[in-house]
Design a protein around this ligand. Structure first.
Ligand code: ADP
Length: 492
């Protein structure tokens, strides 16, 4: 695959606008933001630099869609059918979208292809769930009938990051639309071309005007304008804890709710009786996938002291064989997203060296990978001292920190010894022990003898502690995007 097989021209043209009421319009300020291909280190597209007036227009379009337009009049069944059609359209355009995603993010083609399967699946899942969200009746005083229903908020705002753009699009918009909200999305400036293309596909399958509006642009401009906009009724955000504070503060000022997913420092807890043949490939992939730029990356490898050497020998052997390359090389990992992120990850390496943390193994950047690409060879450090930055900070890069633990109680203490609490993995042949640990670990999701589980669209996902609050994915996400109303009827 050469660079020319990327569907460049068509997409770039579409990408230089804001998408409101199913139409591309120039951003009011007419400014653009350059989009850099991380594997090449060069600009290959431009997106509109949306701003406050664009967000205003998008919110108005969404409000009109939900209160007066066709969208607001659709039944749950009809909304669901549209979402399923969009899922099918994504599946039908999967290769085109995967190429675009791969160029925009640098990820290997196999990962980009898997992402499109997941993106389509979000719309299939939420499309088929749209007419299955029931309320309940509640026994109350004699002479009363009490019923609850889940009522859409109205207009929901969505701000997503650059690591899995198409999947994030489905994850955040799928449930919001299924519940009948009209949406305004601010995708990430570093990678958002598939979001723009999927919005076009949505219009193509008959999504009514104003249901999906997209304002691309910079976080501090388009993103801040959306977060602060008094016309939105709820906001969903995935990104850094720092920006999460800003989003939550803005939501508080407008007295609206929010769901925040803010990253993690997820532990993989390996006991001596774990099946290493199963565990080791999963442990390595959990940090290498997407070059470690995954909120739920398994970035801490906690190993029972008695098995430390054995486990590490196997992990190191695998780590040393890892290779980073371009999307078309389709190796273990791609580059990180931009020069700033590369510098940040390398900063962790320098500090580890200064702190005397042993570097145990390094993968390689493949021969032929462009010198200007933002490649980082994956690394494993260990034993990382407890409290060291590599043991507690989210790196968002292909770096694994190995730390030994003494016993079960120590494992739980260590697993919970970060500010984050997103995902955890427990590996043990002793089911009772694995269950005990799973229940004590502070994380929104815990896997036992598995990790990640293929997209997991059905599985509620979200954080504890600094990883955020609220739940995405699964049925829980539908409940996030609606207000529960209790109707009390006195009939006697
Ligand atoms: P990351 O470190 O993963 O880039 P960010 O939190 O900076 O995480 O970005 C996630 C999303 O939040 C992106 O779409 C970005 O444009 C947006 N963003 C960044 N700063 C702000 C802000 N001040 N207000 C609203 N959105 C923002």
């Amino acid at each position: 695959m050469s660079a020319s097989t990327y569907p460049e021209a068509a997409t770039v043209q579409a990408a230089e606008g804001v998408f409101i009421d199913n139409r591309w319009e120039p951003a009011t300020g007419r400014g653009t933001v350059d989009v850099v291909a991380p594997a090449e280190g060069r600009v290959f597209a431009r997106i509109a630099a949306g701003g406050k007036p664009d967000v205003d227009r998008a919110v108005k379009a969404a409000r009109h869609a939900v209160e007066e337009g066709h969208w607001g009049r659709l039944s749950a069944l009809e909304r669901g059918r549209l979402l399923m059609k969009l899922g099918q359209a994504i599946a039908d355009h999967a290769e085109e979208l995967a190429l675009l995603e791969a160029r925009d993010t640098g990820k290997p083609m196999k990962q980009a292809r898997a992402d499109m399967v997941a993106a389509a699946r979000y719309f299939e899942f939420y499309g088929s769930a749209a007419d299955k969200v029931h309320g309940e009746t509640i026994p109350f005083l004699p002479g009363y009938l009490v019923a609850t229903e889940r009522e859409r908020f109205g207009v929901t705002g969505h701000i997503i990051p650059w690591n899995y753009p198409a999947q994030m699009f489905g994850r955040t918009l799928g449930p919001a639309l299924a519940m009948g909200n009209a949406t305004v999305l601010k995708p990430a400036e570093d990678a958002c071309l598939t979001s723009l293309r999927i919005a076009e596909l949505a219009a193509g399958v008959g999504m009514p005007e104003g249901a999906i509006n997209i304002v691309p642009g910079l976080g501090g401009e388009a993103g801040a304008a959306l977060a602060e906009h008094p016309g939105i009724d709820f906001i969903a955000f995935t990104g850094s804890p720092e920006v999460g504070v800003f989003i939550q503060t803005a939501a508080a000022r407008n007295h609206i709710g929010c769901v925040l997913e803010l990253g993690g420092k997820s532990p993989q807890i390996v006991f001596g009786d774990a099946d290493l043949d199963v565990a080791v490939p999963v442990l390595v992939n959990a940090i290498v996938q997407n070059a470690g730029q995954t909120c739920s990356a398994g970035s801490r490898l906690l190993i029972e002291q008695s098995a430390y050497d054995l486990v590490m020998e196997r992990v190191i052997e695998r780590f040393a064989r890892l290779r980073a390359g371009t999307p078309e090389m389709d190796l273990d990992l791609g580059p990180v997203i931009n020069a700033k992120q590369k510098k940040r990850v390398e900063g962790f390496f320098s500090r580890a060296e200064a702190d005397g943390v042993p570097l145990l193994a390094m993968g390689q950047v493949a021969e032929g990978a462009p010198a200007d690409g933002f490649f980082v060879a994956p690394r494993i450090y260990g034993p990382v001292p407890r409290g060291n930055r590599l043991a507690v900070d989210e790196v968002f890069g292909p770096v694994l920190s190995a730390i030994p633990f003494e016993d079960e109680a120590d494992a739980v203490r260590l697993a919970n010894d970060t500010d984050y609490g997103l995902v955890a993995g427990v590996w043990s042949g002793n089911g009772a022990r694995a269950t005990r640990v799973a229940r004590k670990v502070q994380a929104g999701q815990v896997f036992v003898n598995a990790y990640g589980a293929g997209g997991g669209i059905e599985l509620p996902f979200g954080g504890m502690k600094k990883s955020g609050h609220g739940r995405e994915k699964g049925f829980e996400a539908l409940y996030e995007f609606a207000a529960l109303k209790t109707i009390v009827i006195k009939h006697d």
